[in-house]
Design a protein around this ligand. Structure first.
Ligand code: SF4
Ligand code: SF4
Length: 469
């Protein structure tokens, strides 16, 4: 971990801000944030929440815009269906995404955590706001926690946790909506929970998990559970832009006595930056694993700086080199290299996506069988053909034998129809006149047509008896 401040005393790294010496959790009461960055975050959060909550209702040509049905292994992204057969696309997308996260973190630190992560958005912009509204700011919350149970405490706690449960229920519905789709979710409401007991149980489980996360776990998710948070120490470098305290300007810190004190830094040790921190850390100790880049400390310190008539930005977005040497924030060689690899990966992904087949055909000669001699003197081979229909249309399938000369005969004698978003499978004989067979193994080419449109050309082999010349 890079430290933005070369403090000799690094004892703070030996203990956690939310755990006491006996290992008991210390509850964090962050001061209600306010300021320019908090306003930006609020607007952005409303936008993200509108997007998240409306997501399951958004449809494109009657299909969900986003469906992540892991149970049935069906995924719809931006109206396109992805199948387990598209695993290569997924793998590439995941690789690009991980690289993007790495690159983004190298450049901008943990901005994602503070500004766009659903955990932070829901906690800070929904649950915490409810808490401030019912229990007041951090000092009143602390007082309420310490006081004995009385009617006021019971009323506030019941109200708060009731609303928390309700919010968790709404989030759980949205989450389930992304998994099973909004139409299935509506059935849960119209038919009643008893008609869909499995889905209803999932809804209750999700609600309980979300309630536990937002009412109890809170910052522990960012500090201990989230793997991205744990990995950020590997990704940051001295040019990464993070929320940082300008120790060059701020030290030596001192309690303000007169308006101007010579030889003293700008930090007046008011600890406002610590009071507002949702993870309970002191940013003046340098970059820490717990910092989610929420910028609450920037707002708090800027307000203090205005009051004591000093320039804003004592705590600001900066890099180690920016603070130490006044270096400009920007790109370096490593970031550029990551960017090139990312662009290349994403380019390959886009190419594969555009050229992705809507119907995938697999043709296999039935294993363990060579050939069959038919009563009419013909020789046949048995094949199995499988179609994955990734479209939203019913597809009547027609097979055209291109080579060799012969005839296709389905084993069940029926026309083939592959239903939308499903897999179709059938078997057929390829029959050839024995007089046409001139080799033990002959290449087979079959075209797959649907509604007068060539879908794919598949290849196999035809095995015949040894030919006497
Ligand atoms: S140190 Fe500042 S930016 Fe980091 S989590 Fe605390 S308040 Fe947010
Ligand atoms: S808010 Fe600013 S002035 Fe106050 S302790 Fe933090 S860094 Fe120092």
């Amino acid at each position: 971990m890079n430290s933005a401040q070369p403090l000799a005393d690094e004892h703070f790294r030996d203990e956690l801000s939310n755990v006491d010496k006996k290992g008991k959790r210390l509850w964090i009461f962050p001061k209600k944030p306010k300021g320019k960055f908090y306003d930006y975050r609020t607007w952005l959060s409303w936008f993200f929440m509108a997007l998240m909550f409306s997501g399951p209702f958004l449809k494109f040509e009657g299909r969900p815009l986003l469906l992540l049905n892991v149970l049935e292994r069906k995924f719809i992204i931006l109206g396109m269906v992805f199948w387990p057969q598209d695993l290569n696309l997924f793998a590439l997308l995941m690789l690009s995404f991980i690289l993007f996260i790495v690159l983004f973190t190298i450049l901008f630190g943990r901005v994602w955590c503070g500004w766009a992560c659903p955990q932070t958005i829901f906690l800070e912009m929904l649950f915490r706001k409810v808490e401030y509204f019912i229990e007041g700011d951090y000092m009143q919350q602390k007082k309420l926690m310490e006081q004995d149970w009385n009617p006021e405490k019971i009323r506030k706690r019941v109200l708060k946790h009731g609303i928390f449960w309700l919010l968790s229920f709404v989030i759980a519905n949205t989450f389930l909506g992304y998994i099973i789709g909004i139409d299935e979710l509506k059935l849960l409401v119209t038919d009643g929970p008893m008609a869909h007991i499995g889905k209803f149980a999932s809804l209750l489980i999700f609600t309980t998990v979300f309630y536990f996360v937002f009412a109890r776990l809170r910052e522990l998710v960012c500090v201990f559970i989230c793997p991205y948070g744990r990995l950020q120490g590997l990704m940051l470098d001295k040019n990464s832009m993070v929320v940082a305290y300008d120790y060059v300007r701020g030290e030596p810190r001192h309690k303000i006595k007169k308006e101007e004190e010579k030889g003293k830094g700008d930090c007046i040790d008011c600890k406002m930056c610590v009071h507002v921190c949702p993870t309970g850390i002191d940013i003046r100790n340098g970059t820490q694993l717990e910092c989610i880049n929420c910028t609450a400390c920037i707002d708090a310190c800027d307000e203090v700086m205005v009051k004591v008539n000093r320039p804003k930005g004592l705590v600001r977005f900066a890099s180690v080199n920016n603070i130490k040497e006044g270096a400009k924030l920007g790109l370096n060689l490593r970031n550029g290299a990551y960017g090139v690899v990312l662009a290349a990966l994403f380019g390959v992904f886009l190419y594969l996506l555009i050229t992705r087949k809507q119907v995938e055909t697999t043709l296999l000669r039935t294993p363990g069988m060579l050939f069959q001699k038919q009563a009419n003197g013909k020789v046949s081979n048995l094949y199995t053909i499988e179609f994955v229909n990734k479209t939203f249309d019913e597809l009547p399938i027609e097979l055209k034998l291109i080579e060799p000369k012969g005839e296709i005969k389905f084993t069940d004698g029926k026309d083939l129809m592959v239903h939308k978003e499903s897999v179709g499978k059938t078997s057929f004989f390829l029959l050839r006149d024995s007089s046409d067979i001139t080799a033990i193994s002959t290449p087979v080419v079959i075209q797959v047509w649907s509604k007068d449109k060539l879908i794919e050309e598949v290849k196999s082999k035809f095995n015949g008896p040894v030919v006497k010349k």
